[in-house]
Each structure stands twice: as structure tokens, then as C-alpha cells.
Design a protein around this ligand. Structure first.
Ligand SMILES: [Zn+2]
Length: 165
């Protein structure tokens, strides 16, 4: 990830996108759609904020919500009649931003969970699925088992008896 977010095209386009969204809803047709306006503003800004804090999944989720709301906006005949040009600009910018956001997601590597000293001292077996240390867990019905320390990302389990044997 580039440390200087100001130089990232995806950040620049997300700024343009938010600006287009704000321009669209400044149109008088939106004057009586306060709840929709606030949602659009807040999610458009959330795309930018998630990009600068290295949360591409959050950026994508916020983008999907804005785009979905824009499809909703398209259903209003008065919007299509009164601010078609503004709406078209936002929709075109959506395609550009979608491409950049999907690249960002593809490049994103989740940070590996860090094991604590206590995990290492547990001396448990290694997860059969991912190789991480396992921790003793207690199930709802009182049973004890080894569960992967990467849970919930990994659901590897081992029977406790297998280790004692
Ligand atoms: Zn595992």
C-alpha cells in the first residue's frame, strides 16, 4: 500500500466521486429527500475514509451502498427528468471507481494474526488446516477440544484425546 494516499488514483477518484454525489443531491429535486441525501453523503465520504485507513473491504461496502442508492434514485421520474446529466456523471464515475476499488481489494493482504507468548506456552498441537497453534476451547455442552487460534478465520479443530494418546 502506498503510504502517500494523495498519490493514489483510487483516492483521487473517490474524491471526485463524492464531489459528483454532493453535486447531484444539491439539485432542488433532492430537497425533499433528506434521509436519502444524508445516507448518500455519509457513504460517499466513507469510501474515502476507508481508503485512507487501508480498509478496502469497507471502501467497497460503502461504494456498493452508494451505487445501490443511485439505482433507487434512477427510479424517480422527476430525477431522471430534472438532473439526468448530474446522475449520468455519477454513474460513469462509478464504473471508474469500481475498477480501482477492485484492484485495491485484489492487492490487499490481510495482516497475519500475531500469536501471544501465552499461545506459544500452551504447547498445543498445530492446526491441521493452517498450521497455527491451537488453543484449548470449551464447547457449549461442556466438552473440551483444540480450536485453531486463527478462529474465526479458520475453523480447524482437534479432539483433545488425540493429543493425550
Ligand atoms: Zn487453523
Amino acid at each position: 500500500m502506498n503510504n502517500r494516499f494523495e498519490e493514489m488514483p483510487v483516492w483521487q477518484v473517490s474524491m471526485d466521486y463524492a464531489q459528483e454525489v454532493f453535486t447531484l443531491i444539491a439539485h432542488e429535486t433532492f430537497a425533499n429527500k433528506q434521509a436519502l441525501n444524508e445516507q448518500l453523503q455519509s457513504h460517499a465520504l466513507s469510501i474515502i475514509n476507508n481508503i485512507v485507513t487501508n480498509r478496502p473491504k469497507g471502501a467497497w461496502a460503502a461504494f456498493a451502498q452508494v451505487k445501490s442508492m443511485l439505482y433507487f434514485v434512477e427510479r424517480f421520474p422527476e430525477v431522471s427528468a430534472n438532473c439526468r446529466a448530474e446522475l449520468d456523471r455519477v454513474m460513469m464515475k462509478s464504473n471508474e471507481l469500481a475498477r480501482l476499488l477492485s484492484d485495491l481489494l485484489a492487492d490487499y493482504v490481510e495482516e497475519k494474526p500475531k500469536y501471544t507468548r501465552r499461545d506459544e506456552m500452551d504447547d498445543g498441537p498445530r492446526c491441521p488446516k493452517c498450521g497455527a497453534p491451537m488453543r484449548l476451547r470449551h464447547g457449549r455442552n461442556g466438552n473440551t477440544f483444540w480450536g485453531c487460534s486463527n478462529y474465526p478465520a479458520c475453523n480447524g479443530v482437534l479432539n483433545v484425546q488425540r493429543k493425550a494418546a
